[in-house]
Ligand binder design. Structure first.
Ligand SMILES: Nc1ncnc2c1ncn2[C@@H]1O[C@H](COP(=O)(O)OP(=O)(O)OP(=O)(O)O)[C@@H](O)[C@H]1O
Length: 268
């Protein structure tokens, strides 16, 4: 079963056009959507998660038309973490994670039951955020906040997790820490993870499948080792660069880089 399929998705926003997007995203795998700024990656993620409605086309979530899901049923199937700058609520870590249980609340009761509390505890344990549970969310560092947001999504108990640029604003150590957490979540819960990433090396290292977008179109899809090439960098990013693979990890070396001495000379 495919986690997501889109058939002929189109959306016009001012001068931007998402153009007849048809794609399949595999279940239980990690998929990265990459591409230049403004190519439509976030918009595509928002359409899949029903935050934005397309002008044309259909999104299928686990083989069912996304429009045919009831709101709670959809929230039990897909969790979406938008870019982190969009969310800084004035609540404790535990309270924030408990929002993940909203779709499971009975309409007559606003209280969390024992099972909810256990699921929240397990989400904090998985993300190693238990020690912060009584702190205010906004007082955490960027890396800690990102883990708490992932814990909230885990508490939602969905099969599919969408993330928009989860590593932005994190230093390299916290970026890898986060990618490893997502890998562990994928392996432990068989969760389908779909994320927009800018860092190609990270995307290739941690994804089973990659989708490249440009100007509102899908340019290429495939497994990272096959997708990433000099031609890919030229076609998608219009850069002239070489790619070397070391232990399956891609190293991207721009051909047009200025020599370091040029910068030194400018300052002398
Ligand atoms: N609500 C909106 N109003 C006007 N233009 C919009 C709106 N939402 C998106 N756009 C435009 O649509 C285009 C695609 O935006 P989108 O955020 O999907 O790109 P992206 O590939 O995720 O970019 P980035 O990598 O910079 O985050 C951009 O040109 C953006 O300015």
């Amino acid at each position: 079963m495919k986690a997501i399929q889109t058939k002929g998705i189109s959306l016009k926003i001012d001068k931007f056009q998402l153009d007849n997007i048809s794609l399949s995203i595999p279940s239980r795998k990690i998929t990265s959507i990459v591409g230049p700024n403004g190519s439509g990656k976030s918009t595509l993620l928002k359409i899949i998660s029903r935050l934005v409605t397309a002008n044309d086309g259909t999104v299928y979530v686990q083989n069912k038309n996304a429009k045919n899901y009831k709101t709670k049923e959809f929230a039990k199937t897909i969790a979406m973490l938008p870019q982190s700058k969009d969310m800084l609520p004035n609540v404790t870590v535990r309270e924030l994670i408990s929002f993940g249980r909203e779709p499971y609340k009975h309409f007559l009761s606003n209280r969390l039951n024992e099972e909810d509390e256990e699921i929240i505890d397990a989400a904090m344990k998985m993300t190693k955020t238990t020690k912060h549970e009584n702190r205010l969310f906004y007082s955490l560092s960027g890396g800690e906040q990102q883990k708490v947001r992932i814990a909230m999504a885990l508490a939602q108990k969905t099969d599919i997790l969408l993330l928009d640029e989860p590593t932005t604003f994190l230093d390299i150590a916290h970026q890898y820490d986060l990618m490893e957490l997502l890998q562990q979540i994928n392996e432990k819960y068989n969760m389908t993870i779909i994320m927009v990433l800018h860092e190609l090396q990270q995307a290739a290292a941690y994804s089973h499948y990659m989708i490249a977008m440009k100007h509102g179109n899908i340019i290429e899809c495939g497994v990272p080792e096959k997708l990433l090439s000099t031609k890919f960098l030229h076609d998608v990013y219009e850069i002239d660069a070489r790619i070397l693979f070391e232990d399956g990890f891609p190293l991207i070396i721009p051909k047009t880089r200025r020599k370091q001495n040029d910068y030194c000379n400018e300052h002398n």
